[in-house]
Design a protein around this ligand. Structure first.
Ligand code: ISJ
Length: 151
């Protein structure tokens, strides 16, 4: 299980001014893919890699959530925990699907049959596209890719 996060990573510092002239969401000047020249940087966390907890500029709260108010940040943080939980369960289900699919493929191959069964795959593609539209087809193809050919 993912560690519990604080309800909202928001710090309201109305009298704080931005330390750089960059726009909200940017992490300051000199942000580039090319490492800076000269002596090695001082030890400690690389500020370019440190998540921005909160910056208040002109009464606008910018947090890791992208929200502009504490209420919105709290809602987003809570909803993200639910999404993390759902993603964990989805990944678990995909892993379970891979294992069951492997069992079927092994049994068919051991019986002298082929690993792949295209008519069954068509059924699955149709099921997903009926329920989720054309991206459902993409999702089903990805699932079949994950499940097929591991035996
Ligand atoms: C699991 C099977 O074998 C293969 C894998 C499939 C899947 O992962 O859903 C579907 C069809 C086959 O290509 C099956 O025939 O049911």
């Amino acid at each position: 299980m993912a560690p519990a996060r604080p309800a909202a990573m928001v710090v309201l510092l109305s009298d704080r001014t931005a330390t750089s002239t960059s726009a909200p969401g940017r992490q300051g000047p000199g942000r580039s893919c090319v490492p800076p020249q000269g002596p090695s940087p001082a030890p400690g966390p690389d500020p370019r890699r440190t998540p921005q907890m909160s910056t208040t500029t002109a009464a606008t709260t910018v947090t890791d959530t992208g929200a502009r108010t504490e209420d919105a940040a709290r809602l987003i943080t809570g909803a993200r925990e639910r999404i993390d939980d759902l993603d964990g369960r989805i990944i678990g289900l995909v892993q379970e699907r891979i294992a069951v699919s492997e069992q079927i493929q092994r049994a068919r191959i051991a019986s002298g049959g082929r690993r792949v069964n295209l008519s069954r795959e068509m059924e699955i593609l149709t099921h997903y596209s009926d329920q989720l539209g054309k991206n459902g087809t993409v999702l089903a193809m990805t699932l079949l890719d994950l499940c097929r050919g591991r035996v």
